[in-house]
Write a protein that binds this ligand. Structure first.
Ligand SMILES: [Zn+2]
Length: 396
């Protein structure tokens, strides 16, 4: 496996053991815990002005802080998405600035492209022939695209409710799509069975160490786009929590490198019909209890049993952030408000972040001079039918 100079192994977030990324590919070989890429930051000489001289041309511009070099990249030019200023929303929320990090502008229209760029690159380096994952939809589309780029086969396990666009594009990219009756948990169980039987390389979040690792580049970009100002708060739509854990990691690394002074407060926004992270946060627990009966229109973030929850909850706690749940009606209203007031297209699942931000503002969590960033995890095109149905239902 080709690696970058400062990448010095995968550390188990449970037992603390360090492993060689050549041989350790997924869970901790000792205890089954989650593996996290780590760097010898003293070997990284990265100044603000050095980064500013580089073209804003995708996440590989942060090569020193990635496990694999650009020369080993499977890339479709992911990352460096726009950070859109939304002054009208800032006024409505009562904050100084409100910006939307529009991850819908990634190659397959979602944040998961960042993680799959790294995970599929690692898969190829490890000699895999096939990648596989369970997905609510977007990640399956992303995996199929990156596998196609790398010349690998892909296998996606999606619940019946996954949206048509995702299912169609998995096939269009040549992926093997397995539609599983039921919800995401059923798809995850079918995928786990297949991974037991086949010699496939999992790109499931927090199974591969590289999905959250790719997501961390979102923070690097946000802070550069804000001329090195760390936002006071970042609100993220949350299912598995990969994006939040990535943001926390990126913020921590930039602070340790002396590029920034502090961490942004990170907020997990979930739908109240499936909010295991919010429930655990409010109870003060270190990990979640699986949600019994998930039921939300936000299929993209309907993850009833997010096994990376300890890392997510730690990110919220360490950053002095929080977690918030809002109902489907509020989330859909928020998506429409954002679309009509700003022009930014936020799908139903991502609009949990907008709705959550409104709720946090009502709770007086934000100050009047705060800069707040909402992450739009995916293009609204994927869920346009859900938004339009809501609009029709309101007679608008
Ligand atoms: Zn371990």
């Amino acid at each position: 496996m080709k690696t970058t100079a400062a990448f010095d192994g995968l550390v188990c977030t449970d037992c603390g053991e360090r492993f060689d990324p050549e041989s350790a590919t997924h869970d901790c070989p000792d205890c089954g815990g989650l593996l996290d890429p780590r760097y010898d930051l003293s070997r990284i000489d990265l100044a603000r002005d050095e980064l500013e001289t580089r073209p804003f041309d995708g996440l590989w511009r942060y090569e020193e802080l990635l496990p694999l070099p650009r020369s080993a990249a499977v890339t479709v030019d992911e990352g460096t998405t726009p950070l859109v200023d939304c002054p009208e929303l800032a006024d409505e929320l009562g904050v100084e600035r409100l910006l939307i990090k529009d991850e819908g502008r990634n190659p397959t229209g979602s944040l998961t492209d960042r993680g799959h760029a790294l995970a599929v690159s690692a898969a190829r380096e490890h000699g895999a022939s096939d990648v596989a994952l369970a997905t609510t939809g977007d990640a399956g589309q992303s995996a199929a695209a990156y596998a196609a780029r790398a010349g690998l086969d892909s296998h996606a396990f999606v619940p019946t409710r996954a949206n048509f666009g995702n299912k169609a594009m998995i096939n269009v990219h040549g992926g093997d799509m397995n539609v599983v009756e039921g919800r995401f948990d059923d798809a995850a169980a079918a995928c786990a069975d297949a991974l037991d039987d086949e010699d496939w390389y999992s790109t499931n979040p927090f199974k591969t160490p590289y999905r959250h690792e790719g997501a961390k580049t979102m923070f690097y970009e946000i802070v550069e786009q804000l001329d090195w100002e760390v936002p006071d708060g970042i609100v993220h739509p949350t299912g598995s929590g990969v994006g939040l854990v990535g943001l926390h990691k990126g913020a921590t690394e930039f602070a340790e490198l002396g590029l920034t002074d502090n961490l942004p407060a990170l907020y997990a926004a979930q739908a109240s019909g499936c909010a295991p992270i919010v429930e655990a946060w409010e109870a003060g627990d270190d990990s979640h209890e699986p949600w019994d009966v998930p039921d939300t229109i936000c299929g993209g973030i309907e993850i009833a049993d997010p096994h990376g929850s300890p890392l997510v909850l730690d990110a919220l706690d360490d950053s002095d952030g929080g977690a918030v749940a809002t109902d489907d009606e509020s989330i859909l209203d928020s998506a429409i408000t954002v679309a009509q007031h700003t022009g930014v297209e936020m799908g139903a699942s991502s609009a949990a972040a907008a709705s959550g931000a409104w709720e946090l503002a009502e709770q007086d969590v934000f100050g009047t001079d705060d800069t707040v960033v909402l992450v739009n995890g995916a293009s609204a095109n994927k869920e346009a039918d859900i938004l339009r149905s809501h609009l029709m239902g309101k007679g608008i």
